[in-house]
Design a binder for this molecule. Sequence first.
Ligand SMILES: [Zn+2]
Ligand SMILES: [Zn+2]
Length: 57
Amino acid sequence: MSAQQGRKRCVSCGVNIVGAGFTEFDCPECGHTINRCDKCRKQSNLYQCPDCGFTGP
Ligand SMILES: [Zn+2]
Ligand SMILES: [Zn+2]
């Protein structure tokens, strides 16, 4: 386990996510857990999987 464990970060804007109001889902390509903050979700910003580079809406 890395030191990053337990720290959630929006993959779109890079903000550290604390508390509620974010979306967590698995990358459709590799299953890596992706977090996106509420702001980016509402703006429908693209996300990119940090693991495999998959991008999606
Ligand atoms: Zn964000
Ligand atoms: Zn992926």
